[in-house]
Design a protein around this ligand. Structure first.
Ligand code: NAD
Ligand code: MG
Length: 390
C-alpha cells in the first residue's frame, strides 16, 4: 500500500487530490500520513476522517482546540502551527503533494526534498522563490520532484525520454484570464470580484487573479526555467483561450509535440500520483469534434506587463525570484484589500525588484530557507511601501 501526504489539502488542488484518492479506493488503497490546512478545520477533519490520516495539521495555531474536538475518537492526531506543518513533512510518505498557496508552501516541500522523498509540486512559488535551493537539495538527496502545474506536467509528458538537448523550445499556454478581451483602458477599474472569476478553470482565488494579471504565467515561465533548466529564450508563452492544449515542446528537427486535455487539474495530479505508470483516471475525455476549433494568439505585453518582469528576473538570477514572488504576494494582498488598483500590481512588483537590485544586487541565490525568507520579507515591505505611496 502506498503512503501519501497532502499539504494544503483544504484548497482547490487538495480537493482534486482528495477526489482522486477517494475514488480509487480511499483508505483501503492508500495509507494517508498527513493532511494539512490553513484555517478550514471542518473540511480538514472531514478529509482526515475519510482518509483515516495519521495526523491532521491546521496552520492557524489558535484553531488547535477546534481541530482536536473535530477529530475526537478518530485516532487521527491533531497538531497546529506553521512548524507543525513543516514537521509533518518529515514523516515518511511515499508521495507528498505540495499544494499550499504562496511562499508558505516552501518549508514543507523543502523538508520532503531533504528526506529524499517524492514531491508532487503544485506550489510553483517554491521554484520561483527558491528554485536552485529546492532542485539542488533534491539532486543531493535523490528526491524526485514531479510537476503538477498543468503546463509543466504537459511539458514533462511531451519530453521524449528527458532528451532536453534536442528541445528547441517549450511553449506554455495561457487562457488570458478574466480580462483577456477587455479594452486596455478599463483594466484600471477591474474589481476583485471580476478578477476572481476564471473563464475555464475552477481554482483558488489567488491563482485566479494571478491568471487575470498574467502573473501566474510569469511565475510559470520562471518555474519552467528552474525545473527544466531551460534558458528564458527557449520558453515561450502563447495565449490559448480554450485551455485545451496545456503546453508544447518543439524539438530541434522542427517536430512539435503538444499535450491536450480538458481543463481539469485531476489529470496533472493523477499523472504525478501514478508516475511512472499511467492509470485510468475518472476524468472527462476530450471531444475535439464537439470543440470544433482551437485558437491561439501572441500575448500582448502592454496588457500583461508581468511577462516582461519574469524575463527580467531570469536574467538577473540570484534572489530575484524570491523578490518577485514575495512582492507579487504583497501586491495581490493589497489589491484584494482594495488598497491598490488591478493595474498597480505590476508596478509595485517592479518597484520592489528595483529597490532590491539597487540595495545589494541579487548576487547569489539564497541557499537556505532563512535566506529566502529574509529576501521575501524585505520585498513585501518594498511592495507595501509602493502601495501606500500610490
Ligand atoms: P487554495 O487557496 O485553494 O488552497 C491553498 C491551500 O493552502 C489551502 O489548503 C489553504 O488552507 C492552505 N494555506 C494557505 N495559506 C497557508 C499558510 N500560510 N500555511 C499553511 N497552509 C496555508 O489554492 P489552490 O488554487 O489549491 O493552489 C495551491 C497551489 O497550487 C498554489 O501554489 C497554486 O499556484 C498551485 N496551482 C493551483 C492550480 C489550481 O488549479 N488551483 C493549478 C496549478 C497550480
Ligand atoms: Mg498552470
Amino acid at each position: 500500500m502506498r503512503s501519501v501526504s497532502i499539504f494544503g489539502a483544504t484548497g482547490s488542488i487538495g480537493d482534486s487530490a482528495f477526489d482522486l484518492l477517494t475514488s480509487s479506493g480511499g483508505p483501503e488503497a492508500w495509507r494517508t500520513v498527513a493532511v494539512t490546512g490553513g484555517r478550514n478545520v471542518a473540511r480538514l477533519a472531514q478529509m482526515a476522517r475519510a482518509l483515516r490520516a495519521e495526523v491532521a495539521v491546521i496552520a492557524d495555531e489558535s484553531l488547535l482546540p477546534d481541530l482536536r474536538a473535530a477529530l475526537a475518537g478518530t485516532g487521527t492526531e491533531a497538531a497546529a502551527g506553521t512548524a507543525a506543518v513543516a514537521e509533518a513533512a518529515d514523516r515518511p510518505a511515499d508521495w507528498s503533494l505540495s499544494a499550499i498557496v504562496g511562499a508558505a508552501g516552501l518549508a514543507p516541500g523543502l523538508r520532503v526534498a531533504q528526506r529524499g522523498g517524492t514531491l508532487a509540486l503544485a506550489n510553483k512559488e517554491s521554484l520561483v522563490a527558491a528554485g536552485p535551493l529546492l532542485m539542488g537539495t533534491a539532486a543531493r538527496t535523490n528526491a524526485t520532484i514531479l510537476p503538477v502545474d498543468s503546463e509543466h506536467s504537459a511539458v514533462f509528458q511531451c519530453l521524449d525520454a528527458g532528451n532536453l538537448d534536442a528541445v528547441a523550445s517549450v511553449t506554455l499556454t495561457a487562457s488570458g484570464g478574466a480580462f483577456r478581451d477587455w479594452p486596455l483602458e478599463r483594466l484600471a477599474e477591474a474589481t476583485v470580484d471580476q478578477a476572481s472569476s476564471h473563464p475555464n478553470w475552477a481554482m483558488g482565488q489567488r491563482i485566479t487573479i494571478d491568471s487575470a494579471s498574467m502573473f501566474n504565467k510569469a511565475l510559470e515561465v520562471i518555474e519552467a526555467h528552474e525545473f527544466f533548466g531551460l534558458p528564458a529564450d527557449r520558453i515561450a508563452v502563447l495565449v490559448h483561450p480554450e485551455s485545451i492544449v496545456h503546453a508544447l515542446v518543439t524539438y530541434v528537427d522542427g517536430g512539435t509535440l503538444a499535450h491536450l486535455g480538458p481543463p481539469d487539474m485531476r489529470h496533472a495530479i493523477g499523472h504525478a500520483l501514478h508516475w511512472p505508470r499511467r492509470r485510468k483516471l475518472p476524468l472527462p475525455r476530450l471531444d475535439l469534434a464537439a470543440l470544433g476549433s482551437l485558437t491561439f494568439r501572441a500575448p500582448c505585453e502592454t496588457r500583461w506587463p508581468a511577462l516582461a518582469l519574469a524575463r527580467q528576473v531570469i536574467a538577473a538570477g540570484g534572489a530575484a525570484g524570491a523578490v518577485l514572488n514575495a512582492a507579487k504576494e504583497q501586491a495581490l494582498d493589497d489589491f484584494i484589500a482594495g488598497r491598490i488598483r488591478f493595474t498597480d500590481m505590476a508596478p509595485a512588483v517592479a518597484h520592489a525588484l528595483d529597490r532590491a537590485a539597487g540595495r545589494a544586487g541579487f548576487s547569489v541565490s539564497p541557499d537556505s530557507l532563512e535566506a529566502v525568507m529574509a529576501w521575501d520579507a524585505q520585498a513585501r515591505r518594498d511592495a507595501a511601501a509602493w502601495s501606500v505611496a500610490a
